[in-house]
Design a protein around this ligand. Structure first.
Ligand code: NAD
Length: 507
């Protein structure tokens, strides 16, 4: 994508005219109630566009369209290669519409264009291409039984999948759900976060252009209780694929129990421990990674390394250097390609982050830098990158997922103590450790209760490796990689008698 200047992005933002209507059965339609809500730019506090406030009736229409498409439409009956080619085409269209989609994401969530162009857009297009290529490389199996009977083990699509997604990586996480669900032949109804519906709605249009038949991919924007709950409670939805908070994840489990015991897969919160041992191989590199781990995306990351555990011998030195690390993540205008940090998503999140900063003070943590609102004249929801030292793991800033640019530094003396502190959380999404000792790297990474462990790096990731959490960070299948298809398929066993020895019928 051609690089644009700040004034070019600002000009494009002034021209942007996104469409906030639902996409149901291949058409743009308003909510049945006619109600809308304003999608707000978190960098300015100004409304971008009125978005359809989807509710029960819209969910009913979308689920009916998805069911029709699944039961009688061509999508699941296509050869896998044909489905795959259409998903690859969708990846190409996403790339082709890169500037438009990156801008929509930046306006909707305040993430700097520097990253919506490089990360969100790139990941979204690549995800569809990757699963498109996987389409005809997944084989079913034959059970190793005996000569008289054939036991076939086949993957079948589930049917209608409801996807419910968060606002921190709207396009990328939607792609992580959609691509493996669609490639296996399912239909999808996507409920994006109320704060960030714009790229999801545009993706549904591009999918139609790529040849995904009407009804296969529908988007109903709206609030969690208004549109998400009716989707999760719907008796004709076969599975819910969710990324969001642990609290809402628990509600979804209950909705499944109250309705049709639909499958639920949950990618939820985190409170990642990032452990710096005294033998950290390259402290300069590690400290840059510390800054990235918690200040990138304004700290609005499920994997944010918000608990920095530092061994006693390097504790003072590390704490002394963290103000400079934080200074390189001062927020600015997201439309400026030089900006590395934007605002947090909305006023509620802004107030939440500020209240955790107040609790850090109250509970006795030592403020090293930050702690205030920033760029208040912009009308947006900016917070200074904030570092607290001398944090105890029992403090609220160490226990709760703040989802903002707030780092807590926790001292420790021994390896055993570091592991105990790291695991003392109900989350288990990810963890990182820095050491030159190979044995320790293996020992500690085995002891950490987390779905992903990084050794001497932070946030290494690739579509080839699964992503998902332990403990209350989620379960029910992983995102990314070939493992993601597990949560969008049922395994069916078929026994075919081919000889005289039909053992069971003799019994
Ligand atoms: P959230 O749980 O508030 O909302 C997520 C989605 O659920 C939104 O679409 C929302 O509208 C919907 N929702 C809310 N209440 C609902 C209800 N009662 N019924 C059905 N749907 C409902 O989360 P968020 O604030 O959008 O995102 C932040 C959270 O997401 C953090 O906890 C973060 O850790 C988590 N997250 C996890 C991962 C991961 O892969 N593990 C990735 C990104 C974000």
């Amino acid at each position: 994508m051609t690089r644009r200047t700040k004034s070019e992005w600002t000009e494009a933002a002034a021209q942007a005219a996104p469409n906030g209507a639902c996409v149901i059965d291949g058409k743009r339609v308003p909510a049945a109630s006619g109600e809308t809500y304003a999608s707000v730019n978190p960098a300015t506090g100004a409304a971008i566009v009125e978005v359809s406030a989807g509710a029960q009736e819209d969910v009913n229409r979308a689920v009916a369209a998805a069911r029709r498409a699944f039961d009688t439409g061509p999508w699941r009956r296509m050869r896998p290669r044909e489905r795959g080619q259409r998903l690859i085409r969708l990846g190409e269209l996403i790339e082709h519409h890169g500037p438009e989609l990156s801008l929509l994401e930046t306006l909707d969530i305040g993430k700097p264009v520097r990253y919506t162009t490089r990360v969100d857009l790139d990941q979204a297009q690549y995800t569809f291409r990757w699963y498109g290529e996987l389409a005809d490389k997944l084989y079913d199996e034959m059970a190793p039984t005996g000569p008289d009977v054939v036991g076939l083990v086949r993957r079948e699509p589930l049917g209608v999948v409801g996807a419910i997604t968060p606002w921190n990586f709207p396009m990328m996480i939607a792609a992580w759900k959609l691509a493996p669900a669609l490639v296996m032949g399912n239909s999808v109804v996507l409920k994006p976060a109320d704060q960030s519906p714009l790229t999801a709605l545009r993706l549904a249009e591009l999918a139609l252009e790529a040849g995904v038949p009407p009804g296969v991919f529908n988007v109903v924007p709206g609030s969690g209780p208004g549109a998400g709950a009716p989707l999760a409670l719907h008796p004709d939805v076969d599975a819910i694929a969710f990324t969001g908070s642990t609290e809402v994840g628990k509600q979804l489990l209950s909705y499944a129990g109250q309705s049709n015991m639909k499958r639920v897969s949950l990618e939820t919160g985190g409170k990642t421990p990032n452990i710096l041992f005294e033998d950290v191989p390259d402290l300069d590199f590690a400290l840059r990674a510390v800054g990235f781990s918690v200040f990138w995306n304004s700290g609005e990351m499920c994997v944010a390394g918000s608990r920095l555990l530092v061994q006693a011998g390097i504790y003072d030195q590390v704490v002394d250097r963290l103000a400079a690390v934080a200074a390189s993540w001062q927020p600015g205008d997201p439309l400026d390609p030089a900006t590395k940090a934007g605002p947090v998503i909305d006023t509620a999140q802004h107030d939440k982050v500020m209240s955790y900063i107040a609790r850090g003070h109250e509970q006795g943590a030592r403020l090293i830098c930050g702690g205030h609102k920033a760029l208040t004249e912009s009308g947006g929801y900016f917070v200074e990158p904030t570092v607290f030292a001398d944090v105890d793991n029992s403090m609220a800033i160490a226990r709760d997922e703040i989802f903002g640019p707030v780092l807590g530094v926790i001292p420790f003396k021994t390896e055993a103590e570091a592991v105990a502190i790291a695991n003392d959380t109900h989350y288990g999404l990810s963890a990182a450790l820095w050491t030159s000792d190979l044995s320790r790297a293996h020992r500690v990474s085995q002891a950490l209760q987390a779905g992903t462990v990084w050794v001497n790096n932070f946030d290494q990731a690739d579509m080839t490796a699964p992503f998902g959490g332990f403990k209350q960070s989620g379960f029910g299948g992983k995102d990314k990689s070939k493992y993601a298809v597990d949560k969008y398929t049922n395994l069916k066993t078929t026994w075919i008698n081919i000889g005289k020895g039909g053992r069971r019928s003799d019994a």
